[in-house]
Ligand binder design. Structure first.
Ligand code: FAD
Length: 465
């Protein structure tokens, strides 16, 4: 078996460990580190280390960076950039809105493969962690794991705890009962790397609004800037070409970036990823613990996937029982999930009610430092209380409502749909709301949702150029 020097050889894998962690992405590495820090012996198993070459998470909020730093997983990372917040470009001629992490907190951005390879190596080097690479793991109940590797007979390992951290497309690793929620497809995302260009607000994640979907742009190292173009489902058939991306998004790109993007589009291939939403679900009936994307996925616009994954890991290692972990994380992940859907919908929908909400969000952020700070706490998962979300969102919704008092009935009806978001967050049974939230996630299915039903049907996003 070839791979990291710290990889345990197949014949040296023991028959018992305190914990077996399946998958060595951000969630699995953080889980292994958190358990090892508490004195547990951990087997961390990765079937396909090359999976880290895909276009995926690169932005880590301060809370995620805190957990990774506490366990030394980011120590020595030689590329990557410190991030201080987001700069939102509303395309309204009034300039960007800077949203700083409160209290001077900082996050990190780093190219996905570099990041995952680094934290994997650091986790594998930890005392009490044994890392098996190129090995596929399959849980058998909550206390056994079957391991297999090409050309060798299977091996069974006994353990106190099985943790599945196998990512979003590995739901076959756990039973259907453990992840019962369906997945709804939202959009496609095209990734592009631009070299030797400048961002208008260095150190910030740039959110560019006004195209068919939002664009996220951030520096991943001294030379390179990542652009993530969101292509809503309605546009997916035409969108697969660099020409379409340029035609549709050029207008919203800040001037210092335009030439670099045009040049990169003509030379480098785009990386594509399918974007979906699945409400987070931590069911424990199968006896295994779920951490990271296998538990649920959000739209990457709010860049929460890695942070939520490592917060899962920290919570699991500190929980007195699996049930306690599941209950706590279901509650703590609900608001980030709701916020992620709300912000995406507000930035991508073009009906008058959503436009009123979008403008109210921008006006609120421009005028109120405390609302900016509140938003950033929610966005970075530093605040997860429902009351924080209600305060932030009600403020926006009321502002939009006052602005629309003289509008037609349809706009008012659409706004009424938006006003249900804060109400939804106070609903006593998140599980019931979560199931419904599936139908809010894709822009074109919102109109069909009972929860947001308006007297007249809403139009699909028709921004294609
Ligand atoms: C386009 C895009 C952009 C994104 N941008 C951001 C961002 O900026 N910030 C952010 O926080 N998040 C972002 N995300 C989300 C982020 O990438 C994920 O949330 C994060 O990678 C989840 O980590 P994970 O460890 O749960 O899963 P993964 O990263 O998928 O890792 C799972 C690992 O398990 C292994 N595995 C699977 N099955 C087995 C098995 N049976 N045995 C052994 N190993 C197995 C896989 O090979 C893989 O290495 C983005 C996602 C996409 C698609």
């Amino acid at each position: 078996m070839r791979g990291l020097q710290t990889t345990v050889e197949w014949e040296n894998i023991r028959s018992t460990y305190d914990a077996v962690v399946i998958g060595a992405g951000p969630a699995g590495c953080a889980t292994a580190a958190c358990f090892a820090a508490r004195g547990a012996s951990v087997l961390l198993v990765e079937s396909n280390p090359k999976a880290a070459r895909r276009f995926a998470g690169e932005w880590i909020h301060p809370e995620g960076a805190r957990v990774l730093n506490e366990h030394g997983l980011l120590e020595g990372v030689d590329s990557g950039v410190t991030s201080t917040g987001f700069a939102v470009f509303p395309n309204d001629g009034l300039g960007p809105i800077q949203l700083d992490y409160p209290g001077g907190a900082t996050g990190l951005t780093c190219e996905h493969e570099t990041l995952v390879t680094h934290i994997r190596r650091r986790a594998a080097e930890l005392p009490r962690v044994e890392y098996a690479e190129g090995v596929r793991a399959q849980p058998v109940g909550g206390d056994r794991v079957d391991l297999s590797v090409r050309g060798r007979g299977p091996k069974r390992v006994l353990t106190e705890l099985v943790v599945v951290a196998a990512g979003r497309s590995s739901r076959d690793v756990v039973s259907q009962d453990a992840t019962p929620e369906a997945q709804v497809s939202i959009s496609l995302m095209a990734g592009l790397i631009v070299t030797d260009s400048q961002l208008p607000c260095e150190g910030y994640g740039h959110v560019l609004v006004g195209g068919p979907g939002p664009v996220l742009a951030y520096r991943i190292d001294e030379e390179r800037i990542r652009l993530c173009f969101d292509v809503p489902r309605a546009n997916r058939r035409d969108a697969r070409t660099p020409e379409w991306i340029w035609r549709s998004f050029a207008e919203v790109l800040p001037h210092p970036l335009r030439a670099g993007v045009q040049d990169a589009l003509s030379r480098a291939p785009l990386s594509w990823a399918a974007i979906a939403f699945r409400p987070r679900c931590y069911r424990t009936e199968s006896g295994v613990a779920l951490v990271g994307d296998v538990a649920g996925i959000f739209h990457p616009l709010t860049a929460l996937g890695i942070t939520m994954s490592v917060l899962d890991a920290e919570a699991l290692a500190g929980a007195p029982s699996l049930t306690d972990y599941a209950t706590r994380r279901a509650s703590q992940s609900y608001i980030p999930e709701l916020l992620s859907n709300a912000i995406y919908q507000a930035f991508v929908r073009n009906d008058p009610g959503s436009e009123a909400i979008r403008e109210a969000i921008f006006r609120t952020w421009r005028s109120s430092p405390s609302q900016r700070s509140r938003t950033m706490k929610l966005l970075g998962a530093a605040a997860t209380a429902r009351t924080d979300f209600v305060r932030a969102f009600s403020h926006v919704a009321i502002r939009a409502g006052v602005g629309a008092l003289s509008s037609d009935r349809r706009t008012v009806a659409e706004l009424a749909g938006w006003l249900k978001w804060p109400w939804a967050s106070l609903y006593p049974q998140p599980a019931a709301i979560r199931s419904r939230s599936l139908s809010w996630a894709a822009p074109e299915s919102w109109a069909r949702s009972d929860f947001f039903r308006s007297p007249q049907p809403l139009q699909e996003n028709s921004h294609a150029k």
